[in-house]
Design a protein around this ligand. Structure first.
Ligand code: AHM
Ligand code: MG
Length: 336
């Protein structure tokens, strides 16, 4: 980073602080804490191949899935960092059964934000050296400041999000986030531990040529989704499209946002709401998608309109370039 001056994430946060509604600097501090935790997790993820910290931790999470050690570590790092800095009133994590209340007995405690987090998404990719990510989502609490948080502070529709983002631990590590004013991406210079603004104003191309889905589940998909997949494979106009599926939502989303594409995790005859969690995965990615000129739905309804009823609920998820998601919705509609 010699020569041209590149803006750092820290500088960017300070510069943009005044654009937040009711800004008191609290949201900026919160994003700074996430930036710090991201660097620590990045450090752990990058040394995963060097030290013997791979493999299952022996625990299973609430969905009955095997947790790997780095999941547990990333979860602890994000929760501890947010707790230590005393900038949130509550945290919900994909790796925790229930939400965490912070400083509930302190009447002076004026924090108004809750964070929902998937600390290490795509963790089945860790032991094969494939990119994983962290996804976060931030809301203003709906219960009074200074009181313990309640479940309803977390069960808000995605359209209430004030910020959302992800960190992709990939060939390089990037932090990508929105506060409702577009999407910006920052790349970590690992030598000095600083994120630089490398991808200002990220936008999904209006349409694209990539479809990302676990096609092994094809037989179980609803007819509308099957029809759309066949449409992607037909030889006509700019088709067939190309199929790219990493199995790591953050990475698949990131590539599709840059190149143009659609990510799909439909419901199936095996899983009535698909696999992805509405609060930790679908909503933050949907907010990012819409802020980047893209679209996100469950096939019929805008993801961010869905009213959650449970912390760990799942939703079918279709997300990406506007025109591609619209086309998919047409196919689903034809089968309705
Ligand atoms: P996880 O939260 O257990 O890591 O699962 C979420 C991941 C997504 O990152 C990815 O897109 C999807 O699961 C892949 O699922 P599948 O292996 O069923 O295709
Ligand atoms: Mg996940």
């Amino acid at each position: 980073m010699v020569g041209k001056k590149h803006k750092t994430l820290g500088e960017f946060i300070i510069e943009n602080q005044t654009s937040f509604q009711y800004s008191s600097g609290e949201l900026s501090k919160l994003i700074n804490a996430i930036r710090l935790a991201a660097k620590v997790v990045n450090h752990e993820v990058n040394k995963a191949g060097l030290v013997d910290i791979l493999g299952a931790a022996g625990d299973t999470n609430i969905q009955g899935e095997n947790q790997q050690k780095l999941d547990v570590m990333a979860n602890d790092i994000f929760i501890q960092t947010l707790k230590n800095r005393e900038i949130v009133c509550g945290i919900a994590s994909e790796e925790e059964d229930d939400f965490i209340t912070i400083n509930s007995n302190d009447e002076q405690h004026q924090n108004k934000y809750v964070v929902l987090i998937d600390p290490l998404d795509g963790s089945s990719n860790i032991d094969v050296n494939v990119s994983v990510g962290t996804i976060f989502s931030i809301y203003r609490r709906v219960t009074p400041v200074g009181t313990p948080v309640k479940l309803k502070d977390f069960l808000q529709p995605g359209k209430n999000q004030v910020a959302a983002g992800y960190i992709v631990y990939g060939t390089s590590t990037m932090l990508v986030y929105t506060t409702g004013h577009g999407v910006n991406g920052f790349t970590l210079n690992p030598a000095i531990g600083t994120f630089y603004l490398s991808h200002p104003d990220m936008r999904f191309p209006e349409t694209g040529k990539i479809y990302s889905v676990n096609e092994g589940n094809y037989i179980h998909f609803p007819q509308g989704v099957k029809d759309y997949i066949k449409y992607c494979q037909e030889e006509e106009d700019d088709r067939p499209y190309t199929s790219r599926y990493i199995g790591s939502l953050v990475s698949d989303f990131h590539r599709n946002m840059i190149k143009g594409g659609i990510y799909m995790y439909p419901k199936s005859s095996l899983a009535s709401n698909g696999k992805l969690r509405l609060l930790y995965e679908c909503n933050p990615m949907a907010f990012l998608a819409e802020q980047a000129n893209g679209r996100a739905s469950d096939g019929t309804t805008r993801i961010m309109e869905i009213k959650p009823t449970e912390l760990h609920e799942r939703a079918p998820f279709f997300c990406g370039s506007n025109k591609m998601v619209e086309k998919l919705e047409e196919f689903i509609d034809q089968q309705a």
